[in-house]
Design a protein around this ligand. Structure first.
Ligand code: 5AD
Ligand code: SF4
Length: 487
């Protein structure tokens, strides 16, 4: 039976007059059933559907959490809409860099004006930003119209918190500082029918000195391999052909399990799942990337020829201050081993410019790494000071104009290097997963190559979700124009 139909039946059978169960996920099912009674009455009262909108900021982990929030809201009886003019709006926030926070505040104010016009509107704030005390204080003080505030550890409790807010009629705040709990079997609504993200672990133990993630996402916790495989088998049965295994640091997957399993072993298990055609994963920390994993990647035919391997800086001195626990030489040697095992692999990276104490020489080391590795693309960030991290109190913070000037220079090198890389593959015939209709040019569809680049080519929307062969006719910097090949 379809999972949604099954859950609907289960919720229908729940006695909502009884005491709430203590164990999970039963407790959440109970609250979903209770909220569903409320939405039913509300819809009858208004004589219309109730709508919701989840706005995601930040990374793939947040995108995945938003799918879970969406799954719960749909179960409760809301229908999705793509505008914030909705009956229930959730902001799933990111706090990795300061400018992300400022963007969110501006938009909460806007939600307040919408709520004035629709007083029944519910507003919830969740995600990484809410794990910071000063943020929650600001919301309590300045945005009193917000109904629910929760963090990264209790995403699964949305229905319970919502019910609580209905009962109390005032702001409900529940931000946990950590958890060992991983709740399985809750609903989740996928954005694409043919590809899906799958959490394999939560949290991070690395404490890179600039990064706030370990403070807001908590300690590393891995899901059991059997739960992961079971989820992927179900996805495959529902038509998913590509999975992205998600974790802050997938290379240390499984170390904390009662029966430890390496990420390389997990990859081999996923490779065996029938129906899955492509496997991706992110993010890898260079210090934990083992030879066992390189071998598994090379041998598993479904693993895509793409590796995101954040370098952050090319200067060994800065890397030490960042607490990355590898040197420039270690990183370059690792890249050599990867390329020796997989000559066609595409490498991408994250780089921070303007970390405290970074000199022109340090910066040039970073440029040198970009040129030596030949990244297919690189996400470049200006260092952003995050209160509570060790780097925030380091001396020699780099002046903004110096950092900005370096950033622009780096971007230019990155663009040149990646354009050159893409040019090398022009003329080849490659397999692509067709993802969507091209918005700009009717008649074209867009597909993703194994190496993660996009190609636009003439084709019918029937092709969406299929893997087809496409000739890369022309390279336009970051993407290709192509034609479908029957060969
Ligand atoms: N400033 C700038 N960039 C940061 N990142 C993480 N923390 C910061 C910060 N304080 C970048 C890193 C990481 C990516 C997800 O965000 O490059 O890999
Ligand atoms: Fe942040 Fe480093 Fe953990 Fe990545 S590995 S989330 S950069 S602390």
């Amino acid at each position: 039976m379809d999972k949604k139909v099954e859950l609907d039946k289960l919720l229908d059978s729940i006695d909502t007059g009884a005491e709430a169960p203590v164990s999970e996920p039963e407790r959440q099912f109970f609250y979903m059933a209770k909220c569903r009674e409320w939405t039913k009455a509300e819809k009858a009262r208004l004589g219309r559907e109730l709508t919701f909108h989840v706005q995601t900021f930040g990374c793939q982990m947040n995108a995945k959490d938003s799918e879970k929030l969406t799954g719960i809201l749909e179960e409760i009886g809301y229908v999705e809409t793509d505008s914030e003019n909705a009956d229930f709006v959730i902001y799933n926030t990111c706090t990795v860099r300061e400018n992300a926070n400022n963007r969110v505040y501006g938009r909460i104010g806007y939600l307040g004006t919408l709520k004035k016009k629709n007083p029944g509107m519910k507003i919830a704030m969740c995600g990484c930003m809410m794990q910071e005390e000063h943020v929650v204080e600001k919301i309590r003080r300045s945005y009193r119209f917000v109904d629910i505030v929760f963090g990264t550890h209790n995403i699964f409790k949305l229905a319970e918190l919502f019910y609580e807010s209905l009962k109390r009629g005032k702001m409900v705040v529940e931000v946990l500082q950590g958890t060992d709990m991983i709740v399985e079997d809750l609903p989740s609504e996928r954005k694409y029918p043919f590809k899906a993200g799958v959490n394999i672990m939560y949290g991070c133990n690395n404490f890179c000195s600039y990064c706030i993630v370990p403070y807001v996402r908590g300690r590393e916790r891995s899901r059991k391999p059997e739960d992961i495989i079971h989820e992927i088998e179900e996805l495959a049965a529902n038509g998913v052909v590509e999975v992205m295994l998600l974790g802050q640091n997938v290379n240390s997957y499984g170390k904390t399990l009662a029966e430890p399993v390496s990420f390389a072993k997990l990859l081999r298990m996923v490779n065996e799942v029938e129906g899955i055609r492509r496997i991706r994963f992110m993010t890898s920390h260079p210090k934990d990337l083992s030879d066992e994993l390189i071998q598994a990647m090379a041998e598993c035919e479904k693993v895509c020829m793409h590796l995101h391997l954040p370098v952050q800086s090319g200067s060994s001195r800065i890397l030490k201050a960042m607490n990355r626990r590898y040197t420039k030489e270690d990183y370059l040697a690792l890249v050599d081993r990867i390329k020796a095992a997989m000559p066609s692999i595409s490498l991408t990276t994250d780089i921070i410019v303007g970390f405290p104490g970074e000199t022109e020489e340090d910066f040039l080391e970073t440029v040198d790494v970009v040129k030596k590795v030949g990244y297919d693309s690189a996400y470049t960030f200006l260092y952003s000071k995050r209160t509570g991290t060790p780097a925030a109190t380091m001396e020699n913070q780099v002046p903004e104009d110096v950092a900005k000037e370096r950033f622009d220079r780096l971007l230019q090198v990155v663009t040149e290097v990646s354009a050159q890389r893409a040019q090398e593959d022009t003329g080849r015939i490659e397999e692509v997963l067709v993802e969507e209709r091209n918005e700009q040019e009717p008649g074209l569809v867009t597909g993703r190559l194994s190496n993660n680049l996009l190609v636009h080519f003439p084709g019918d929307t029937d092709l969406i979700g299929q893997i087809v062969r496409v000739r890369l006719d022309e390279c336009r910097g970051f993407y290709y124009m192509g034609t479908q090949s029957i060969r």
